[in-house]
Design a protein around this ligand. Structure first.
Ligand code: ZN
Length: 88
């Protein structure tokens, strides 16, 4: 009989843990969804010149993806540099 009680309590504990974990995951997903959507939605880059630069390169900062890029043409970069490390 103690074995049955132990088994039942272990099962109850396991179900309780699973239930709590699923609920927690749903809450996290619901809370993270706007952030995730914001991260995955493509928005146009909004480059602005920072005023600094290296030599002939002018430094630009993207307000959309917070990337820093350098341009030598005097125009803002056309492609987003968010996936480029170092911003070059
Ligand atoms: Zn960008």
């Amino acid at each position: 009989m103690p074995l049955v009680i132990a088994t039942v309590s272990i099962l109850a504990f396991a179900f309780w843990r699973l239930y709590l974990r699923d609920r927690a995951r749903d809450e996290v997903a619901a809370r993270a969804d706007p952030v995730w959507r914001k991260l995955t939605t493509k928005r146009p880059c909004q480059w602005s010149e920072t005023g600094s630069g290296r030599g002939a390169f002018r430094e630009y900062h993207c307000a959309t993806c917070r990337a820093t890029a350098y341009s030598r043409t005097g125009k803002a970069p056309e492609t987003c540099k968010r996936n480029v490390r170092g911003g070059l």
